[in-house]
Each structure stands twice: as structure tokens, then as C-alpha cells.
Write a protein that binds this ligand. Structure first.
Ligand code: AHR
Length: 319
């Protein structure tokens, strides 16, 4: 187990204590749930990465509830795990349980979403620059519309989650300065396909059957896929009548892009666990304190990037 002082004190002291530390073998993983294809892939890859490294992974599915995540973390602490991976459903409300983990000398690594707590309460966070992802999507729309008037509807992720907050902010930054682009409606679709469809239906109804809408920006691909269905059912052509840009790069969005029904996506790698386990190993083996944020890449894909090939490359990866 890692000593408590490692999380707050200097590297020198940390290294002394680490030399006698045992190898981390048991890791608790508090996962949000399975709201999206991306989330399913992250779960699959985390289990695979743990197996590859001989780590005993204790997996807890919180079914979208923070209280379940807090219970799972407390249970991991009681079991004396060597480290905890946490994909936090929302950004706030973690201080008490993270302090308990720190008191128990168990390092916590955040996966894919951030928390508002003090940085001393976790070892590191692995994720993408969520603001940047939104900005890339916004800039793509600015380039694509090339000055043409464009009313945008936005499907936000789970309220209070860091990707919903940051992807909104990033997109607004990306379109700032483009007077032709206006967000006319914005509502949460909770990162799910079903909610994405339902909310898009209400947007279409409220906006003259969709005739007032030029583009959809969805905080994830699953909501975009649900919305594409709603657009088709409203008698419009997604990808043509209404441009579709979203985030994640899951296989289904590439299929939609190959069919001309989606236009662009920003990739979020589902393999957050690989870098997390590497950081934990280096920390435990030789006291290497990881940076507070380990950033993964965010790449833009459009219809020009051979979406059928991208679909084939991703379809077996647990999405
Ligand atoms: O936190 C990452 C986001 O959570 C993904 O973009 C989304 O698909 C998931 O639900």
C-alpha cells in the first residue's frame, strides 16, 4: 500500500517510503455505468489492461449515481485495495470520500472526467482536454459554414459532469468571432442515445420541423446517433439538411458518416486505464510522481477520413 505522505509531501520523502512499498496488485474501479458506446469500450479496455498486467481489478458499476460511486470507494477502502480508479459522474461532491482514501493511504487516479476537489486528494487524472474537444468541434463548424447563417442546437452531456461543462465552453470558444453561428437551443441528453433522440425531437418540433436548424452539436456520439434517427423521422436528411458534429469517435458514428448522415467527430480514446496503470506502476516501483494531468489525444475525423475503414478498425474493440 502507498504511504499517506506520498500524496502530499515531497518526492524525496516519497521515494524513501516507496522503496519498502509492496507492489500494487488490487485495484478498485468505480465506473459511472454504461450510458454510451464509449463508456462500454472504456470498461472493456480497463478490464483487458488489468488482465494483461496481472492486476486483480475490482469493478463497480454505479449506474449513473454518485452515491453508488461513493459507496464503492468506501468499500474498496475497507477491502484495503492498493489503488482506486474513479470515473466521476459529476464534478462536485468528492472531497469527503477522497480524503478518506488519502487517510487510508490509497492513491486515486481519475479517469476521463475531472473533479472540483483539491488536487492533493488524487494522484493523477488521465483524460483529454475537454475544452479543446469542444473547441475543435466549433472550429470545424466555423470552417464548414464559411460565413453562411447557421442556427445550432446543442445536446449537452450529463448535467454537472466535467465533459458537459467543458465541451459546452470549448464549443462556444470555437464559434466565438463567427457572427453567422448562433446556438438557438441547448439541453441535456444525458450522454444517452434514447435521451438524445427524445430531446432532438423536441428541438425539431420547436424549430419549424427542423427547418430553422442548420447544425447539431452533441457532446457525445451516442446522443448524435439518437438525434440522427429523430431527424430522419422528421423527414429531413441528417448530414445534409442538418449538419452533425459530435465527440467520441465510436464505431456507430463512423457508420453514420459513411452513410453521409453525420459530418464530424472528435476522438476520445477509451484506453484511459493503460496510462493510469503505467503511472501507478512507476509511482510504486521507483517513486515517480506523475503529472497531475496525463493528457490523451483529441483528433478530428470528417467524412474525408474514410469513415468505413475507421468503422472496421473500431468495431471489435468493445464499444
Ligand atoms: O467522460 C467521457 C464521456 O462520457 C464520453 O464522451 C461519453 O460518451 C461518456 O458517457
Amino acid at each position: 500500500m502507498f504511504a499517506k505522505s506520498l500524496l502530499g509531501a515531497g518526492l524525496l520523502a516519497s521515494m524513501t517510503i516507496l522503496s519498502s512499498a509492496a507492489l500494487a496488485q488490487t485495484v478498485g474501479f468505480s465506473q459511472i455505468g454504461s450510458e454510451s458506446g464509449w463508456r462500454a469500450a472504456e470498461t472493456t479496455l480497463t478490464k483487458q489492461e488489468a488482465e494483461k498486467r496481472g492486476i486483480d481489478l475490482k469493478f463497480a458499476d454505479a449506474q449513473q449515481k454518485q452515491e453508488n460511486q461513493i459507496k464503492a470507494i468506501r468499500s474498496f477502502i475497507a477491502q484495503g485495495v492498493d489503488a482506486i480508479l474513479l470515473a466521476p459522474v459529476v464534478a462536485t461532491g468528492w472531497d469527503a470520500v477522497l480524503k478518506e482514501a488519502k487517510e487510508a493511504e490509497i492513491p486515486v487516479v481519475l479517469l476521463d472526467r475531472m473533479v472540483d476537489s483539491d488536487k492533493d486528494l488524487y494522484l493523477t487524472a488521465v483524460g483529454s482536454d475537454l475544452v479543446h474537444e469542444g473547441e475543435v468541434a466549433g472550429k470545424w463548424l466555423v470552417d464548414t459554414t464559411a460565413g453562411k447563417e447557421c442556427n445550432v442546437v446543442e445536446l449537452q452531456g450529463t448535467t454537472g459532469s466535467s465533459p458537459a461543462i467543458d465541451r459546452k465552453k470549448g464549443f462556444e470558444q470555437g464559434i466565438s468571432g463567427a457572427a453567422n453561428i448562433k446556438i438557438i437551443r441547448s439541453q441535456t441528453g444525458d450522454f444517452t442515445r434514447a435521451k438524445g433522440k427524445e430531446v432532438m425531437e423536441s428541438f425539431l418540433k420547436a424549430e419549424n420541423g427542423g427547418k430553422n436548424i442548420c447544425a447539431l452539436y452533441a457532446h457525445n456520439d451516442d446522443m448524435a446517433v439518437g438525434a440522427i434517427q429523430a431527424i430522419k423521422e422528421a423527414g429531413l436528411k441528417p448530414g445534409t439538411d442538418i449538419l452533425v458534429v459530435s465527440i467520441d469517435a465510436v464505431p456507430d458514428i463512423f457508420q453514420a458518416m459513411a452513410a453521409g448522415e453525420a459530418n464530424a467527430t472528435v476522438e476520445l480514446t477509451p484506453n484511459m486505464a493503460g496510462p493510469a496503470f503505467d503511472a501507478l506502476k512507476a509511482f510504486k516501483d521507483n517513486g515517480t510522481v506523475p503529472p497531475k494531468f496525463i493528457q490523451t489525444e483529441s483528433k478530428l475525423y470528417t467524412q474525408a477520413d474514410d469513415p468505413a475503414k475507421e468503422y472496421e478498425a473500431r468495431k471489435g474493440l468493445g464499444y
